[in-house]
Write a protein that binds this ligand. Structure first.
Ligand code: ZN
Ligand code: ZN
Length: 262
């Protein structure tokens, strides 16, 4: 497992390095290269999420809830097939959690932190309220465990989720073509961030678009540029106030809380 973590960190750093270069040389929107004043909160949410999610997974392993699963029938299948099974099945939980976060106002209060940005770039990939992140992990882990795939396959599924995550937010001018019908891509995820909820309430898939296509929430507009991303709701500008926003949502929306609108 030690080597896998090392390889993952090296490959992730390598991809991030290239994407930063492409964001500078080949931006999808030049205006998105300007500062939005959210670098601190973006990094704060990312670090908090990474720490909390890792701590949560370590606890699950320590309690024996997640562990070697190498004796099930699924774990006997070739590794690539197990990874595909893991991606498809875990996506059920991820899709449901994400769609609920858009359709259930209480969860939207947390998920709005992610959608409040007015530009997409590598750095706000991990900008999620920690409750939002924990809800996604909680929603996907039972499906991964039920699938019976091996721990090696689970590690691969997690790595692919991380790779796709940074790709979907990068401000790089790329057209993904037919891949848009299989994977979540920057082309699709930008529409998910549209200020128009008729567009934004689509493309819920975290890795795969399978469930969006089957359930009628797939939105792809080839050759069409997104103009505005963001939300109509108010969002405080500071990291601490964003952490508190789900608990003082109405006050912030009414302008009663001393929060600066972003
Ligand atoms: Zn969303
Ligand atoms: Zn996003």
């Amino acid at each position: 497992m030690g080597h896998e973590v090392l390889y993952f960190n090296l490959s992730y750093t390598w991809i991030v390095g290239w994407l930063f270069l492409f964001e500078a040389r080949l931006p999808y929107k030049t205006i998105w290269r300007r500062s939005d004043g959210q670098l601190g909160p973006d990094l704060g949410h990312t670090i908090l999420n990474k720490g909390l999610v890792q701590l949560f997974i370590v606890q699950l392993i320590a309690l024996g809830i997640v562990g070697a699963n190498n004796n099930s029938q699924a774990a006997m299948l070739p590794l690539p097939l197990q990874v595909v099974i893991g991606l498809v099945i875990s996506e059920i939980g991820l899709y449901c959690a994400h769609r609920l976060a858009h359709e259930w106002p209480l969860l939207w209060r947390c998920h709005a932190v992610h959608h409040s940005v007015k530009k997409l770039w590598l750095v706000n990939t991990g900008r999620f309220h920690f409750i939002d992140s924990l809800a996604s992990v909680l929603a996907s882990i039972p499906f991964l465990l039920l699938s019976g795939i091996s721990m090696d396959a689970i590690v691969w599924v997690s790595a692919i989720t991380a790779y796709i995550g940074i790709l979907t937010h990068c401000n790089v001018d790329m057209e993904c073509g037919w891949l848009n019908y299989v994977f979540n891509t920057p082309n699709l995820h930008r529409w998910h961030h549209s200020t128009d909820r008729n567009e934004g309430d689509n493309n819920y898939g975290e890795n795969l678009m399978l469930w969006d296509i089957l359930l009628g929430t797939f939105l792809y507009k080839p050759g069409c540029d997104i103009t505005d991303i963001g939300i109509a709701d108010k969002m405080p500008a500071s990291f601490i106030a964003q952490l508190a926003v789900p608990f003082r949502w109405n006050r912030v929306q009414l302008g009663a809380a001393p929060a600066t609108e972003q």
